[in-house]
Design a protein. Structure first.
Length: 123
């Protein structure tokens, strides 16, 4: 239940009637330009260097989200500023503007693996 709530937050599905967004095809093309293998994604996600593939200003995940208590579905969560910044920095390192797995592609695509890795790492 907690991980499901986490997914709803990073996917922007905070409100009950929210609809999941699909990743931008041009961003997917750019993502596949940077990564050829899941090990490269893991290395970037686990790395301590702050080399961003895209500027933090381009991250739409949690943009405008203010820290504090939020109702997400039936749950009430306390979203801390560190949580917001950590997710946005990790996505910038991975070149993901908006956390949104590609639902029309297999779960084992590199992009979907990057979304899964980032969700687990930020949980």
């Amino acid at each position: 239940s907690a991980f499901f709530t986490h997914i709803r937050i990073i996917w922007g599905l905070i409100y009950q009637k929210s609809v999941p967004i699909a990743p931008d095809p041009s961003l997917l093309k750019e993502f596949y330009h940077w990564f050829d293998h899941v090990d490269e994604i893991q290395q970037v996600a686990n790395g301590t260097t702050a080399i961003y593939l895209i500027p933090e200003a381009d991250i739409i995940t949690l943009r405008g989200t203010k820290p504090g208590r939020k109702k997400v579905g039936r749950a009430i969560v306390n979203v801390q500023e560190f949580f917001i910044l950590y997710i946005q920095e990790l996505l910038a390192k991975l070149g993901i503007c908006g956390w949104a797995p590609s639902l029309d592609k297999p779960i084992d695509t590199l992009y979907n693996k990057a979304c899964r890795i980032s969700a687990i790492k930020t949980f």
